[in-house]
Design a binder for this molecule. Structure first.
Ligand SMILES: [Zn+2]
Ligand SMILES: [Zn+2]
Ligand SMILES: [Zn+2]
Length: 283
């Protein structure tokens, strides 16, 4: 039996949804597009023995009573899901179509056999177009050579304005700018919001981020960057929005977790891979 031939695999679901679950946010990855350590880099952070300086590419998973909701499918996805003992993913929402956010999608290929249905993906038109190009084999009209040889994907279109429901949770898209020419969606669920890959939040989107308990926000490094907030810019946004707490993500190798965490305001923290936040107010 090959990995792509799951005919004999157990069809029962591991970690099935349960009404007993308190919603929880799990940081699968908190690193910039090349990850930390960066291959071949000998800087202090890339050589660090602090596990919090080991950052895979960005994604979060939200455990909900109706299932596991994944935001983005980075290239490290298989390792991340195994590391955190997630079990299956029941739905995916995408922020944008950059490689570090979509190129782990094939890792979901086995899941339809356990779920007995395709994995629903929620994304904007631009992301759908990139997925259809990058994963053209998933949409081939040729007869499969064997079951499981390609992913089963069910794409649901979302847009900048309309809230939508996934796994029983209402999600509000938060349009963000990722440099002057690139649009990204952040998402708000209850009083939690996830806004990665951005260096500008339009005023109408700032309005959607008022009254948060927890904000997760992009902060790449200390010096300015054309498409990401730096630490100072992220702190400025947090100051304007006044969430109860904020976590910085998409961190590069300039950020040494221990000393930088200590230097931040008390209600602002660096996220790290494996960090879990109980968020009972999400559902
Ligand atoms: Zn990114
Ligand atoms: Zn480095
Ligand atoms: Zn990006």
């Amino acid at each position: 039996m090959t990995a792509s031939e799951p005919a004999n695999s157990d069809s029962s679901e591991t970690n099935p949804p349960s009404s007993d679950i308190t919603p929880e946010v799990i940081f699968l990855g908190t690193g910039t597009s090349v990850g930390v350590p960066a291959i071949g880099c000998e800087c202090d952070v890339c050589q660090s023995t602090d596990p919090r300086n080991n950052r895979t590419r960005c994604a979060i998973l939200i455990r909900l009573p109706e299932g596991n909701l994944l935001i983005d499918t980075p290239p490290d996805l298989r390792t991340q899901l195994l590391r955190e003992k997630i079990g299956l993913v029941h739905a995916v929402v995408f922020t944008h179509e950059h490689a570090d956010h979509i190129y782990g999608l094939d890792d979901l290929r086995l899941f339809p056999f356990r779920l007995q249905r395709p994995v629903p993906l929620y994304c904007r038109e631009e992301v759908e177009s990139r997925i259809r190009t990058s994963y053209d084999y998933a949409f081939s009209t040729r007869t499969q050579t064997h079951a499981g040889s390609r992913p089963q994907l069910q794409i649901h279109s979302i847009n900048n304005g309309d809230s939508f429901e996934v796994l029983g949770v209402q999600m509000t898209p938060v349009p963000l700018k990722h440099g002057p020419h690139f649009d990204v969606l952040g998402f708000r669920m209850g009083d939690f919001a996830y806004c990665t890959d951005t260096n500008h939040i339009p005023e109408s989107s700032m309005e959607r981020l008022r009254g948060l308990d927890t904000l997760v926000l992009d902060a790449l490094r200390f010096t300015p960057h054309p498409t990401h907030f730096n630490i100072d810019e992220a702190l400025e946004v947090i100051d304007q929005l006044q969430p109860r707490q904020a976590f910085l993500t998409h961190l590069g190798h300039d950020i040494d977790h221990g000393p930088v965490e200590t230097s931040l305001p008390d209600h602002v923290h660096l996220a790290h891979d494996g960090l879990r936040l109980s968020m009972p107010s999400i559902s």
